[in-house]
Design a protein around this ligand. Structure first.
Ligand code: SF4
Ligand code: MG
Length: 338
């Protein structure tokens, strides 16, 4: 199948008076219909900026520079005018945000907001639109959709609001859903429910789902394939099984909580000590080297940026000079960590 979204060599930088902040640096990946691609990394890894730049949700200014391609159904999203993009957004590409209140209008009832979302792209009679909105509210599991149609966002719980956002997101049968940390604001049991709703909504539409999160549990549960980002770079990508059982990048291993600390004591990298670099001052060589245990006596890590290259199994790639060495060690390290 053809990918629904194909990102090629995407870079996004912010130019301040004194600095260049490289938030996204030559990132490439594809999303296929019906699959969930999880983009994972700590905050500051560039994963949200990647998504925002696709939909031009970063405020336009001369200080933002974007290059590369984001092919969606034969069109480069990065080349579209705001008007063209508006037509696509909410119809072919839907965003499920971290905080629904940024998208719901607090002074309007929820149902009519969904009606507006449908009407903007698929005009129809009032009764038809209303019935469709009620159906969508039912589909995402609201217990009394007729009643909840007429309620205001503040009368909904956080979980209900996120369900409403999913309803709105799939209202126009999108080809691509983008969810940015969709459940961080919710408690754990509600999170699981929302993920089930999102999965069901995706199945209903056969949309590709691009899910951006720092939560590996969520990735394990939801994703078919995984892109691991660090300091604006893709450092590893592969199917979810491979990433969890045979990672070939020390950062991924660290995320999985399975490398001993540089101090050599019994602590595990959970979370990885240190912070992602300031994106205005990404270290030379491998961006992960200041935090990487393996980098210790290896000059090449400090001097030469590793390239994302195939790492054995088809579709598995890692940007680490020592990925082959890790092949022997990672499953062993993961076992020890358990
Ligand atoms: Fe660590 Fe070197 Fe691999 Fe970077 S290239 S992840 S510093 S071992
Ligand atoms: Mg974010």
């Amino acid at each position: 199948a053809e990918p629904v979204l194909s990102i090629k060599d995407l870079s996004v930088s912010f130019h301040t008076r004194t600095d260049v902040v490289r938030a996204v640096d030559h990132v490439s990946f594809d999303v296929y219909p019906g699959e969930t691609l999880g983009v994972v990394g700590e905050s500051g890894s560039g994963k949200s900026v990647t998504m925002l730049s696709l939909l031009k949700l970063i405020p336009a200014s001369a200080r933002v520079r974007t290059s590369g391609q984001a092919m969606f159904r034969g069109q480069d999203l990065l080349q579209l005018s705001n008007k063209e993009l508006r037509r696509i957004r909410g119809r072919d590409v839907a965003l499920i945000p971290q905080d629904p209140m940024t998208c719901l209008d607090p002074v309007l009832r929820v149902g009519p907001q969904i009606v507006e979302a449908i009407k903007a792209h698929h005009p129809a009679g009032r009764a038809t639109l209303r019935a469709k909105a009620v159906d969508l509210l039912r589909l995402v599991g609201l217990p009394q959709p007729e009643q909840q149609y007429s309620q205001y966002p503040h009368e909904y719980s956080g979980g209900m609001r996120q369900r409403a956002m999913i309803a709105m997101g799939i209202a126009n049968d999108p080809a691509l859903l983008i969810a940015d940390e969709p459940t961080t604001a919710l408690d754990v049991t509600i999170q699981a429910q929302i993920m089930d709703v999102l999965k069901a909504a995706q199945a209903e539409t056969d949309a590709g789902l691009l899910m951006i999160t720092h939560d590996l549990g969520l990735i394990a549960e939801m994703a078919d394939r995984v892109v691991v980002m660090y300091a604006g770079h893709v450092v590893e990508t592969g199917d979810v099984e491979t990433i969890f059982t045979n990672p070939r990048h020390p950062y991924t291993l660290g995320l999985l909580g399975s490398l001993p600390t540089a101090g050599g004591d019994e602590e595990w990298l959970k979370p990885i000590p240190g912070n992602p670099p300031d994106l205005a001052h990404v270290p030379p060589g491998c961006p992960f080297h200041p935090r990487c245990l393996l980098a210790k006596d290896r000059e090449v890590c400090r001097t030469t940026p590793p390239v994302l290259e195939p790492a054995g199994i088809a579709g598995h790639s890692s940007a680490c000079h020592f990925k082959d060495e890790l092949a022997a060690e990672s499953s062993h390290l993961l076992e020890e960590a358990e």
